[in-house]
Design a protein around this ligand. Structure first.
Ligand SMILES: NC(=S)c1ccno1
Length: 245
């Protein structure tokens, strides 16, 4: 997968050099390129913003630098039939979730436009629809100072789903939201710690019982913390009632 990120703070994306994403870049599994929007300005002050038409506080990012930056990305894009997808992090976007992460992980080329200030001149977003599949996306119903933090989260959530990024793909199977539920609690040695013992079932060696216990814990946690995820629960998927932790 090819990922391009355009930002006025490219150093913000340095975290993408680290850990699993960083290794995947070194291994050539992910091709991540970060671009400084100011490279695409033409004035001596490298201006990227101006006052909003209609008045109001703050500044708006100018359309032209964005158009030139995105044109540059298109010219560097891998030779393929697919239009790149342009993700614009915004509180006014569709909410990002694990299903969207899986959807984006199946694409060939993602481009992230990190807005700042009060946002990007809407004409730049409209212009981009000619060359990109444009998707405003929000991490959640709150406001950040810019898109960079959201891009770090989305690149990690999407990148880890790309084959070859996570060492053991099995670890992607039993995790929160993989099956619509929150993940079960996990424990490691010692089995007794500061007077707290792990659930006895985990020492039983009875794999079927352990699986049922874990499934029930998923349902318990989801009902407690995220009842909105349960929806029309399929009772047949609930483990048998003979559970004892
Ligand atoms: N909620 C998101 S993604 C955001 C981007 C900029 N401000 O908030």
């Amino acid at each position: 997968m090819r990922i391009d990120v355009v930002s006025i703070f490219p150093e913000y994306l340095a975290a993408l050099d680290l850990s699993l994403i960083g290794k995947a870049r070194q291994d050539g599994v992910l091709d991540v390129r970060v671009h400084d929007l100011r490279t695409f300005t033409t004035d001596r002050h490298r201006t990227v913003d101006d006052t909003p038409y209609g008045g109001g506080a703050g500044m708006v990012m100018k359309a032209e630098p964005w158009a030139q930056a995105l044109e540059s990305v298109l010219t560097e894009a891998p030779a393929s039939q697919h239009r790149p997808t342009l993700i614009v992090p915004s509180p006014a976007g569709a909410v990002f979730d694990q299903a969207m992460a899986h959807e984006l992980a199946g694409l060939e080329h993602l481009v992230f436009a990190c807005g700042r200030y009060e946002g990007i001149d809407e004409r730049a977003i409209d212009w981009a629809r000619d060359g990109f599949d444009v998707r405003p996306v929000s991490l959640g119903d709150y406001v950040l100072n810019g898109g960079e933090v959201a891009v770090l989260a989305m690149v990690e959530a999407v990148g880890r789903l790309i084959p070859g990024v996570v060492g053991n793909p099995e670890s992607l199977v039993e995790e929160s939201h993989a099956d619509g539920l929150l993940e079960y609690p996990v424990y490691t040695k010692p089995s007794s710690w500061r007077g707290r013992d792990i659930p006895e079932v985990l020492l039983s060696g009875n794999h079927a019982r352990i699986a049922r216990w874990r499934r029930m814990e998923q349902f318990r946690r989801t009902a407690d913390r995220r009842p909105d995820l349960l929806g029309d629960i399929d009772a047949t998927s609930l483990p048998a009632a003979d559970l004892k932790a």
